[in-house]
Structure formats: structure tokens, C-alpha cells
Design a protein around this ligand. Structure first.
Ligand SMILES: [Zn+2]
Length: 228
């Protein structure tokens, strides 16, 4: 351990090569979502406990690691999802006080890697849940990726930005899911690319439908020099 390494500090990014593509992963910080039963209400609590114990993780709370992939294809700089972001009224308050001060670090970690958010050409959104799209704008609603297009399915865009769902949403957190998606995605409404199953978004990156977790959830296959 080097002398400069402090207990509790961490490096917020890593980099690797995938074919000809340079890949960088930055963290937006750990998202603590409280007791496991909140996030996985239909799962057997004993099974959750056994899985967490086997992975040397605490059993009283769940942490989602918000790791964001940035792929430099040589032609395009593509960010996949955004983390919960910096907005106090969404990213932090919606998940409650247990979230702590550690989220909303994507932009500073990105800059630490030498990547300027202004240079991102495309933000490829898998689905419009809070930890995937709430980092698109800053605290005042300005686009954090001012030169980027946003790739998302029309189904997810239409569903999650439709504020008429709010009255019937059963919890404040679910209501926030609609208002937060609306707040983050509407500033990009003239910069959208609607993804379709099996269609390329940029050379080497193809969207595939993975519907279920969200109405229009898509995943992305990243292929370079025979590696996928
Ligand atoms: Zn989700």
C-alpha cells in the first residue's frame, strides 16, 4: 500500500481495452438502497441473506454499485447510463438519508480520467430508472452532456416522461421515478435517437431489446475486432 493511499479513499475509475475500443469505467458512487427486502420484495429473505453472507456483504442493507462504462470507438465517445446524479431533490432525497454523501461523482470521476463530459457524443440509456438517467442534467436542469445525443427506446422515453402516471404511482419513490425521468430527459428532447432491437447505434455498438425490468429496457452489444 502506497503512502498516499488513505483508508476510506478510493480510485473512482479504471480503464481497459476491448478490441480496438478503449473502455473506461467511472463510478457515480455507491447507491445504498436500504434493507434488501425493499429492493427485492418478492424474494425469499433467507435466500437473500445466504447470498449476501456468501459474498461477504452486510445483510441489513443493499448497495448498488453505479459503474458507468465509457467506450471510445475512435469515432465516437459513448457513455452508458449516468448514475443517480447530483440533483439534491432527486438522486439523494428520493433514496432517503441512507444514501449518504457518496453519490453524484460521475462527472468529477470522468474528468479525473481525462474525459470531458462535453466530448461525450452519445449517452446510451438502457432504461429510464433513477440510477440510469438521473445524472443527465445538473441541479439547475442544464444538460451535463451538452453535445451528446441520447439513445433510448421510444417505449421507455414515452412511459417514464409521462407525468400523468404520477397520481396512480403507489409510493413517493415511484412518483419520483416519473418526475425525475421527465426532469432529466426533456432537456434532450431535440437530441434523441430511438433505439430498436438489433439496430446499430454507432459502428460497433448494437441495441438489443431486454424488456421486463422496464417497459422498453434495452441492452447494448459492443463489438470490436471479433470481441463482443
Ligand atoms: Zn432499473
Amino acid at each position: 500500500m502506497s503512502a498516499s493511499f488513505r483508508k476510506g479513499s478510493f480510485i473512482g475509475w479504471t480503464r481497459f481495452q476491448h478490441g480496438d475500443f478503449q473502455c473506461t469505467v467511472v463510478t457515480d458512487g455507491p447507491l445504498k438502497i436500504g434493507p434488501p427486502a425493499n429492493g427485492f420484495p418478492k424474494a425469499d429473505p433467507n435466500e437473500i441473506k445466504a447470498l449476501l453472507t456468501a459474498a461477504f456483504l452486510p445483510t441489513d442493507s443493499t448497495t448498488l454499485n453505479q459503474n458507468l462504462l465509457i467506450v471510445n470507438t475512435g469515432e465516437s465517445l459513448v457513455l452508458f447510463d449516468t448514475g443517480c446524479g447530483v440533483n439534491q431533490s432527486f438522486g439523494k432525497s428520493s433514496f432517503g438519508p441512507q444514501v449518504g454523501p457518496d453519490i453524484g461523482r460521475a462527472i468529477s470521476n470522468m474528468r479525473a480520467t481525462g474525459i470531458d463530459p462535453e466530448d461525450i457524443d452519445l449517452v446510451a440509456i438502457t432504461h429510464a430508472h433513477p440510477d440510469h438517467c438521473w445524472g443527465l442534467v445538473d441541479d439547475t436542469g442544464n444538460r451535463l452532456y451538452p453535445n451528446a445525443k441520447i439513445a433510448i427506446s421510444a417505449t421507455d422515453y414515452d412511459y417514464w416522461t409521462d407525468l400523468s402516471h404520477i397520481p396512480e404511482a403507489p409510493t413517493q419513490h415511484k412518483k419520483d421515478a416519473f418526475s425525475g425521468a421527465h426532469y432529466n430527459l426533456l432537456p434532450y428532447r431535440d437530441h434523441l435517437v430511438f433505439v430498436k432491437d438489433g439496430k446499430q447505434v454507432v459502428p460497433g455498438i448494437t441495441a438489443h431489446a431486454a424488456i421486463g425490468h422496464s417497459p422498453g429496457h434495452h441492452i447494448y452489444a459492443i463489438e470490436s475486432r471479433g470481441e463482443t
